[in-house]
Design a binder for this molecule. Structure first.
Ligand code: PHE
Length: 328
């Protein structure tokens, strides 16, 4: 009778798939009211000799049953882990989501394009300091102290005669001071003014241009800038040189281009300032203004980018919003 338990249990256990079922089976046989327990309890009426004989047999069968159940527990656990691992398996052959590349900032794009056009014309590129002295930013450019033109370019003063440059024009003086004509340079860089609204920020970018040689005339100025505009904005763009005033050029002009506003109507847009180098500036760098003449121009990169791309608020350039930046 007692020998039937092991094969019966092995048979039942083979059909079990969950830990719960196994627990039930365990209590069915080994629990207080389990079949095996009841069977062994029924042997208490046996004689002492019989008990001595049967005791070890019962114990070893009980151990066998326990170890069969323990083994099944282990194998169920193993199966559960394998199942979980299979579910969590990563398919490394799936295509990836891809990584996105950064893009060049629109101001860098525009600046590089302008520099490229002028280098094709034979201009050399020089960069200068953003912290300037009063001398280079104003005095040497014929803007003495108390000159009203200083009001238009109010800036950040650093003390000891230093300030954040308000334009790239100081580079005209710096280049001429240590080179003899002919000069043919452009100078891109950051400039600063106490100004802030939809079209002005306290820091912005300019590109300065200077060409000095014998017999340079206003016609050369118009020729260089018209050619630049047609390469930058397109062949058919009309230009207009409107009289203006800068202390360091004489005569001075502002260059406008004919553009379409957002309603499609034609409007004149101011693009840059320019003029013939004022003899007073030549004096400050010891050039002979009887022998040499020069043309100069300065343009705001933000302004050119805004016109070209139809951007209405200058602050977009500095907010680093990817939705804006990715469009260029
Ligand atoms: N420096 C002038 C400005 O910032 C622009 C300019 C440059 C005008 C060179 C004439 C010649 O407004």
């Amino acid at each position: 009778m007692i020998n039937q338990f092991v094969p019966k249990i092995i048979n039942e256990i083979a059909k079990i798939n969950t830990e719960n079922e196994l627990m039930n089976l365990k209590s069915k046989y080994l629990g207080k009211k389990g079949e095996f327990t009841i069977f062994t309890n029924s042997l208490k009426d046996l004689s002492i000799e019989e008990k001595k004989k049967q005791g070890p047999i019962i114990n070893s069968i009980k151990k066998e049953i326990e170890s069969i159940i323990a083994d099944k527990f282990k194998s169920l656990k193993r199966l559960a882990i394998d199942k979980k691992l299979a579910e969590e398996k990563i398919d490394i052959s799936l295509p990836s989501k891809g990584s996105s590349n950064g893009s060049i900032h629109p101001l860098s794009l525009v600046s590089e394009e302008i520099v490229k056009i002028f280098t094709q014309f034979g201009f050399e590129v020089f960069e200068g300091p953003e912290i300037e002295s009063d001398h280079y930013n104003f005095e040497a450019l014929n803007i003495p102290e108390d000159h009203p033109a200083r009001d238009m370019q109010d800036t950040f003063y650093l003390g000891e005669g230093n300030l954040l440059r308000t334009h790239t024009s100081p580079m005209q003086v710096r280049i001429m001071e240590c080179n003899n004509p002919p000069i043919k340079i452009i100078s891109p860089g950051k400039v600063y003014r106490c100004d802030s609204d939809v079209t002005h920020t306290p820091m912005f970018h300019q590109i300065e241009g200077l060409l000095v040689d014998k017999s340079i005339t206003f016609a050369n100025l118009k020729g260089v800038l018209n050619e630049f505009i047609s390469r930058f904005f397109g062949n058919s763009i009309k230009t207009r040189f409107r009289p203006s005033y800068f202390p360091f050029t004489e005569p001075s002009a502002e260059l406008d281009i004919e553009w379409k506003d957002k309603n499609g109507s034609k409007v004149w847009m101011e693009v840059l300032g320019c003029g013939m180098v004022n003899p007073k500036v030549f004096e400050s760098v010891n050039y002979n203004s009887k022998e040499y003449a020069g043309l100069a121009f300065g343009m705001g990169i933000e302004r050119l980018a805004m016109i070209k791309f139809g951007i209405t608020d200058i602050r977009y350039f500095y907010q680093n919003d990817l939705k804006f930046l990715k469009q260029f």
